[in-house]
Ligand binder design. Structure first.
Ligand code: ADP
Length: 551
């Protein structure tokens, strides 16, 4: 095949390095700030590809990352896919058992590990056959105790700064990310070159989240979360300066990076921005360079949009999914709404938005009919398009459930107003979303029900001002069981198996779990009955449970 006709990431790297060789890629690393230009970045990427070649990585192999948002992580972002391998970002906040499952399922050849996460992965890998044959490489210039392997700077040092990037077909797998299922194990989503190319071009359209050569882009959303919503690719395509906030940035770090690097576009889950807003109330922070904050993953509260508006910063509320690479809709104001009053505009901007160009959707009600776009009727949102996956990796049973005639069934229940703005009214899925991270209610329930004094248990997410949702467990003790101290025992039991931030904020005793007609636990009923009346106690210390602001 003659070269250059397929849809791949390579031209984006080529463009940035040739048109914007002096534009910077900046990173807050554990040992201080580091800076390079796109010209240097391209050379480092080529060196890494050569090093991976020498290490035996071939086209189709998976290259794992277990990293925060850093420049070295970004180097893997283009090196692995452009050499024909697959960038597999692993979420380090998952329980060890999921990490082992994912590494085994994806069959990673190597995993690049952030030094601050070395102990975490070493713990998951210890004695685990899933990790046999997987080489761990620490993303640093000096070794760490927990991992006995080469360090990144040694690994790439001395390699040629040129690489003969191969011609790749559009369908070549380029990326991979796991999403939490409502039941069972995480599900792998493979991104082809063409999906990532399409996603980048959609993002670059005026009604996506375009990034230009005078932008300074800082993804706070982790790079292990659907490629930080694709921003490193979009920013490179546009020749924007990139700022990576590194391990565990807190509000102070973010404020400083915005000020010092002149950030114009940043993105993350609502929890992150609530933290920054609070910080700005108590500290003098100059947000004058900031044009846009992209808020997604959970609903952006109207008060947040107002707060940023008052400071001359536009909040763009976006909705998406891992299965969609991930952006689906963005709440841009349509031009004919520009003369409407502020509240009407806010109502629109608080919704999940209008579909980006390139995607189609339909909304199907319980009877299988398409709903009217009247803002009242609701149903399940189906989507399709070139950035939407057509299947899960090695999971035929999940494919049956989540795809229909080429459409992805999102599991989100939505209404659509006459202007075409989508609003999520409920989630068909019952997973709990806390600080932008999934907590599987099903897993917690099963673990709780393993306690001999528990006959039934169900866990639901209750709204939480800072974390959007926190888990609360509802437990039916067995007859005659001693209830005194049972809640503490349950929390201890969960503490052994799950990260702190998964632990329910409250354990409530109930006499019976409400059931649906088919005998399943009815969380909907439970929510209606109990949500308002639960008093959250300090149980699992949400402060330290902060996956996003903690990372
Ligand atoms: P993400 O990185 O966007 O969190 P996931 O695949 O983990 O991707 O989660 C996707 C789900 O998150 C959606 O199906 C939806 O339920 C929820 N979600 C994403 N964005 C929003 C939003 N802006 N408002 C409400 N829910 C959202």
């Amino acid at each position: 095949m003659p070269g250059g006709h397929t849809q791949t990431l390579r031209p984006f790297l080529w463009r940035a390095s040739k048109l914007y060789p002096d534009t910077e890629v900046v990173s807050r690393n554990h040992d201080g700030m580091s800076r390079q230009t796109y010209a240097e970045y391209e050379e480092r990427t080529a060196q890494l590809a050569n090093a991976l070649d020498e290490h035996g990585i071939e086209q189709g192999d998976r290259v794992g990352t277990f990293c925060w948002n850093t420049d070295r992580h970004f180097e893997v972002y283009f090196a692995a896919p452009s050499m024909g391998a697959q960038l597999h970002t692993i979420n380090p906040l998952l329980p060890d058992e999921h990490i082992r499952y994912i590494v085994d399922d994806a069959n990673d050849e190597v995993i690049f590990v952030d030094p601050s996460l070395a102990e975490k992965i070493a713990g998951a890998a210890e004695g685990a056959e899933e990790f046999e044959g997987v080489d761990l490489i620490v993303m640093d210039d000096s070794p760490v105790e927990a991992i006995d392997g080469p360090v990144y700077e040694e690994f790439v040092a001395g390699h040629d700064t040129d690489y003969d990037w191969p011609e790749l077909p559009s369908e070549q797998p380029a990326g991979m990310c796991y999403t939490s299922g409502t039941t069972g194990k995480p599900k792998g989503v493979e991104y082809t070159q063409s999906m990532l190319w399409s996603h980048t071009m959609m993002s670059q359209s005026p009604q996506g989240i375009p990034m230009e050569d005078d932008d300074v882009v800082m993804p706070v959303v982790p790079m292990f979360h659907v490629n930080a919503w694709g921003m490193p690719f979009t920013a490179t395509a546009g020749g924007a300066k990139q700022v990576f906030p590194g391990p565990s940035p807190d509000a102070d770090d973010l404020a400083r990076l915005i000020e010092e690097e002149g950030v114009t576009i940043t993105a993350g889950v609502p929890t992150v921005w609530l933290g920054l807003m609070e910080y700005c109330e108590d500290n003098e922070v100059d947000l004058s360079t900031l044009d846009q904050v992209i808020v997604g993953g959970s609903a952006a509260p109207e008060s947040m949009i107002r707060w940023f508006d008052d400071r001359g910063v536009e909040v763009l509320h976006a909705w998406g999914m891992t299965e969609m690479s991930p952006i689906g809709s963005v709440a841009h104001l349509k031009s004919d709404l520009e003369d409407e009053d502020y509240q009407t505009q806010l109502d629109k901007r608080s919704k999940q938005g209008i579909m980006v160009p390139g995607l189609e959707f339909k909304v199907i009600d319980e009877d299988g009919n398409r709903i009217a776009w009247d803002g009242e009727e609701f149903g399940e949102l189906y989507v399709r398009g070139p950035s939407v996956t057509k299947e899960y990796f090695k999971r035929p049973e999940a494919n049956e459930e989540d795809f229909e005639d080429g459409w992805l069934k999102t599991g989100d229940v939505v209404s659509v107003d006459p202007d075409g703005y989508i609003k999520i009214v409920d989630r068909a899925k019952d997973v709990i979303k806390s600080g932008g991270e999934w907590i599987s209610s099903v897993e917690l329930e099963n673990a709780i029900m393993a306690h001999e004094d528990v006959s039934e248990a169900t866990v639901i997410g209750v709204p939480h001002e800072k974390w959007q949702e926190r888990p609360v467990a509802f437990v039916v003790p067995t007859e005659g069981a001693d209830r005194e101290g049972l809640d503490d025992e349950i929390l201890e039991l969960l503490d052994e198996e799950y990260p702190k931030w998964w632990l329910p904020d409250a354990v409530e005793y109930i006499e019976e779990v409400p059931k649906t007609a088919t005998g399943k636990f009815s969380k909907k009923d439970l929510r209606e009955q109990y949500t308002g009346s639960v008093e959250l106690h300090e149980g699992s210390a949400p402060e330290e449970a902060a996956p996003e602001s903690d990372d």
